[in-house]
Design a protein around this ligand. Structure first.
Ligand SMILES: *[C@@H]1O[C@H](CO)[C@@H](O)[C@H](O)[C@H]1NC(C)=O
Ligand SMILES: *[C@@H]1O[C@H](CO)[C@@H](O)[C@H](O)[C@H]1NC(C)=O
Length: 292
């Protein structure tokens, strides 16, 4: 998570986004998830079809997948904090444990009333992160549920917003770059106080007069290779038969690439690949992920 980011011009235009079709079956919260922390700030409703998480001055909250996985599809319907959400961070991510952990993130950075949310994506491989990208969403993410999903296979990671790819990260292990490919990871959702960095680089801290801050979740889905870290996985070696390894997920169609490039060109607020102050030399992976 970057503390101070160089903000670039953001020009949002309307254009057609090309979707990646995913399975559209959804499950209830308890099929996949359990409390991680702040359980008294998690409200499970409609037999698990909907979950609200609450952030107030006493606590935030988080829930995590019961099982751990390597490679697969992680999807969540989310409706973000309405009104004043400055200083709050609402995150949906997959992560392993330990110092050299792997992590693939959606982080929704709150804002003052009437000001737009920022979607920040990031990823860690072998404990190394610092790969933040930020886009302005083309809809109001507080008005309704939208679907945020990660497809993670042995070729690439795809971040999807309502089935539109907004970022990819290619597996460049053959060139010596670390890539999440073996550690057991959990799907995690959390809501927490990010006053020191979230809104305008920390200039607008959380104002608990507006609490409780509530984010809502639905359409829970994880379809991924279970890796309990003990009976070690053929997730990494015997992956061919899993649908998320299909050719439409290991490479994007030309129209998807155009759609992704339009998001990058029209909606980008920040891209670590372009931050010459932070990275005087362009990070190795940047030229492989369509963001140049
Ligand atoms: C933005 O989206 C439009 C499609 O509506 C596309 O033609 C254009 O090339 C994109 N990029 C920029 C920088 O405008
Ligand atoms: C909050 O709103 C301001 C003003 O519109 C904008 O510059 C900023 O990118 C928004 N998001 C965050 C997370 O600060």
């Amino acid at each position: 998570m970057a503390g101070s980011l160089l903000l670039l011009c953001c020009c949002t235009q309307i254009f057609v986004r090309v979707a990646t079709a995913q399975p559209s079956t959804y499950s209830n919260y308890q099929t996949f998830y359990e409390t991680q922390w702040g359980g008294d700030h998690i409200q499970v409703a409609n037999n698990g079809a909907q979950v609200d998480m609450r952030l107030d001055s006493s606590s935030g909250a988080g829930f995590q997948s019961i099982q751990s996985y390597t490679y697969g599809y992680f999807s969540m319907g989310m409706k973000l904090i309405p009104g004043n959400s400055a200083g709050t961070c609402t995150a949906f991510f997959v992560s392993s444990a330990g110092n050299s952990h792997d992590e693939i993130d959606f982080e929704f950075l709150g804002n003052a009333t009437g000001q737009p949310y920022t979607l920040q994506t990031n990823m860690f491989a072998g404990g190394v992160g610092g790969r933040e990208q930020q886009v302005r969403l083309w809809f109001d993410p507080t008005a309704d549920y939208h679907t945020y999903a990660i497809i993670w296979n042995h070729v690439q990671i795809i971040w999807l917003v309502d089935d539109t790819p907004v970022r990819i990260f290619k597996n460049l292990q053959s060139m010596g770059q670390a890539y999440p490919s073996s550690q057991p990871t959990q799907g995690i959702a959390s809501i927490f106080d990010g006053s020191s960095w979230v809104t305008e680089g920390g200039a607008i801290p959380i104002d608990y007069n507006y609490a409780p801050f509530i984010s809502s979740y639905s359409q829970f889905e994880i379809d991924a290779c279970v890796n309990d870290g003990v009976n070690v996985p053929d997730c990494a070696t015997n992956y061919q038969n899993n649908w998320w390894e299909g050719s439409q997920y290991t490479s994007l169609s030309s129209s998807q690439i155009t759609s992704l490039q339009n998001v990058i060109q029209n909606d980008t607020i920040y891209d670590y690949c372009k931050d010459r102050v932070r990275y005087p030399t362009t990070p190795f992976e940047c030229s492989y992920n369509y963001n140049n």
